[in-house]
Design a protein around this ligand. Structure first.
Ligand code: NAD
Length: 428
């Protein structure tokens, strides 16, 4: 949430400056892209259940919309900061650009703790947010989605308020809606499957048969579970999964050298992605320390839980056998690890390419909502595969041609695309 000394906005600007230097970006374009185009800061008065009125602070930040309407989630968090939202809006611009979807980057948030609010209070908060923003959002302006501590119900209340205020149906205003109420089939699978479409292509270019590979996974939530399902379906073997244990308040690694049965493991996890320790032991899993997922003798590491998990302090634990790191989570390796990954010659699939399946499917949801015509799950996943595969190969090819690290190649493509749109529009 941008607490303490780490400021995500400064870090997003530093990353941008480094790539801007690398590609010799002209000064006016740098000045435009290293900060958001527009910021809305507003207050939201909410009638509470006890008849008092509480005032919340809300934000929506549109980093850039040269390639299309801004796109990005709305977060509810007690420690939300404007700088976190600025950074996330900038990262959304690069993520949409690297997978070449015609959208820009945005992010929003409300400083609040939804766990302490009743359902009615949450609904009034969502509606109040839209009342403040509706003139500056919409299918052709800025399209929000769920994010930290927001869900499909929040999105539907927001959409309903928008439609009441504008007097017509605009389901393409918001994504992450429930299926049957404008949501897209395939969204649940999209991010995890997108991770594995990237991995599948990486293995092809490295000439490795997926059936001969093993992997270790951090996390067993939405992204990790669907990544594990597709990877094992394609013939790979997951030997370890690390996840949080809510009872013991620490993570554990569950290991089976012969390969974990993902269906079975999914049956013994709760809705927060925590595996039931006793049931896992009953299934014959070994129980190891939470960080042991990192030191397994596997070909592939799939960090799909949270940020800052692979650091210079624990990098030495990574087995010499590891050939690929697939960043399913956002920011799972700290920036000071990039040189170590390069030195070891590990092939990295950077987060904003690797986990872009989610936003790509949100884009498909918006397209379907705007048409008011919905595709089958197979159609959605097929289109997703095509997009992710094309994006992967564009980044891989540039990395090969210019001898770039994969993360740098992904940034170069994304920033160049946005810079080009800005120039073509005559903004600079
Ligand atoms: P989730 O809340 O469904 O799952 C998180 C998982 O991480 C859980 O299994 C939890 O047990 C585990 N975990 C938490 N702390 C841990 C620890 N210390 N050690 C080991 N495991 C731990 O979250 P998710 O939606 O799967 O998202 C995972 C990551 O992917 C996040 O970084 C998120 O920002 C990113 N991401 C998600 C999506 C999406 O569509 N869900 C899209 C893009 C990026």
């Amino acid at each position: 949430m941008g607490q303490g000394s780490y400021n995500p906005y400064e870090s997003a600007q530093k990353q941008f400056d480094r790539v801007a230097d690398l590609i010799g970006l002209e000064q006016p374009i740098r000045d435009l892209l290293r900060q958001p185009s527009r910021e809305y800061h507003f207050t939201i008065p909410v009638k509470m259940d006890d008849n008092s009125t509480k005032v919340f602070n809300g934000y929506r930040i549109q980093h850039n919309d040269a390639r299309g309407p801004a796109k990005g989630g709305i977060r509810f968090h007690p420690q939300e900061t404007v700088d976190t939202i600025r950074a996330l809006s900038m990262w959304m611009t690069w993520k949409c650009a690297v997978v070449d979807i015609p959208l820009g980057g945005g992010k929003g948030g409300i400083i609040c703790d939804p766990r302490t609010l009743s359902k009615g209070e949450q609904e009034r908060l969502c509606r109040g947010y839209v009342r403040q923003l509706y003139k500056n959002m919409g299918p052709n302006l800025d399209v929000p989605a769920p994010d930290v501590m927001t869900n499909s119900q929040h999105m539907l209340w927001m959409l309903d308020e928008y439609e009441v205020l504008t007097g017509a149906h605009y389901p393409g205003t918001i994504t992450g809606k429930p299926v049957g109420m404008g949501g897209s089939l395939g969204r649940t699978e999209a991010t995890g499957y997108g991770v594995i479409y990237n991995l599948r292509e990486a293995l092809k270019v490295l000439n490795i048969d997926i059936k001969n590979t093993t992997a270790s996974l951090q996390g067993f939530g939405n992204v990790a579970e669907y990544a594990a399902r597709l990877y094992t379906r394609l013939g790979g073997k997951i030997v370890a999964i690390s996840c949080w244990d809510g009872n013991d308040n620490k993570p554990y690694t569950y290991r089976k050298p012969d390969g974990l049965d993902i269906d079975q493991m999914a049956k013994i996890k709760d809705s927060f992605g925590s595996i039931d320790k006793q049931k896992a032991l009953d299934l014959g899993c070994e129980l190891l320390d939470g960080d042991e997922w990192l030191s397994q003798d596997v070909d592939i590491l799939l960090p799909c839980a949270l940020e800052n998990q692979i650091t210079p302090n624990n990098f030495g634990k990574i087995s010499k056998q590891v050939k690929i790191i697939c960043e399913g989570a956002n920011g799972p390796t700290t920036p000071d690890c990039d040189d170590l990954i390069k030195e070891r010659g590990i092939y990295l699939i950077p987060d904003f390419l690797c986990n872009a399946g989610g936003v790509t499917c949100s884009y498909f949801e918006q397209v379907q909502s705007n048409m008011n015509y919905y595709w089958t799950k197979e159609e959605v996943l097929e289109k997703l595969d095509q997009k992710m595969t094309a994006a992967f190969h564009a980044v891989h090819q540039l990395a090969q041609d210019k001898n770039l690290y994969m993360r740098d190649a992904a940034y170069v493509i994304a920033i160049n695309r946005v810079a080009e749109a800005v120039k073509l529009r005559g903004w600079v």
